[in-house]
Design a protein around this ligand. Structure first.
Ligand code: URA
Length: 247
């Protein structure tokens, strides 16, 4: 398992070769990846319809709309939050309330277009009073999240807040030590950030979140080969997650 932090190297532009040329082989690859892309979009539409009708847990009875997720099915970055809030429940879209607006500002401030990101939540329906989703609700919704990951195959999965971090990294997460770092889990590169709502309540966290976002942006450009081993905090994290792998 890798526990790492970005090293700030300038990223290569997405989909461009280091020498800037496109080869014949790569245009053939592009054609077939368009086919695969259409396939992913069709599958996503079917999955979205299934989520919209889902009755797997009691949240189905209190929701106005499920918010399955939004974004391109070839997104390199998937952001996973906790659960829809009031605005998301009304619109059936993830992160469209105050926390969502801060998320957009943070993304765009780091040079990541919100429209290029696939955004979803651990559970797709709003828990009453915005309480954290309970284990039964998380479990009921988990297959949807796994299907989204399987379809989109993001290069980086960004875990926004404690709930998604617990789902992917285990129950002993400490946001204060784990934010701004990446973790290799079951073949996925997971990057932890504070939940955007935290920045609405604690202004001082916004600067930390800005730093984490630019770290995420570098990571997106570099891929995992541009990572350096974690510095401080590594030992205590190792206790929870096993031995980190050097990159
Ligand atoms: N908080 C979340 O975790 N997700 C949303 O979609 C909105 C607020």
């Amino acid at each position: 398992m890798l526990i790492a932090r970005c090293d700030g190297h300038a990223p290569l532009p997405k989909h461009e070769h280091a020498n800037g040329h496109q080869t014949a082989a790569s245009s053939v690859l592009q054609l077939s990846s368009k086919g695969t892309q259409r396939d992913a979009t069709t599958k996503w539409e079917a999955l979205r319809d299934e989520i919209l009708k889902c009755q797997r847990c009691p949240l189905a009875r209190s929701r106005t709309n499920a918010a399955p997720g939004a974004g391109p099915t070839d997104a390199a970055l998937m952001i996973i939050g906790e659960a829809p809030g009031r605005q998301e429940d009304m619109e059936g879209q993830p992160f469209v309330g105050a926390a969502g607006r801060l998320l957009t500002t943070l993304l765009e401030g780091a040079g990541i277009e919100r429209g290029s990101v696939f955004i979803t939540n651990v559970v797709k329906c709003r828990p009453p009073e915005n309480r954290p989703p309970d284990p039964t609700e998380r479990d009921a919704c988990h297959p949807f999240l796994l299907q989204q990951l399987e379809l989109i195959k993001p290069k980086i999965v960004c875990l926004a807040g404690r709930v998604p971090a617990e789902v992917f990294l285990g129950p002993q997460v400490s946001m204060s030590t784990m934010h701004g770092r990446s973790y290799e889990r079951e073949g996925r590169t997971c990057f932890v950030i504070y939940h955007p709502a935290a920045g609405l309540y604690t202004q001082a966290l916004v600067d930390v979140m800005k730093e984490d976002m630019s770290c995420l942006k570098s990571l997106l450009g570099q891929g995992t080969s541009g990572l350096t081993e974690a510095r401080d905090g590594q030992q205590s994290l190792t206790k929870f997650f096993g031995k980190p792998t050097k990159t």
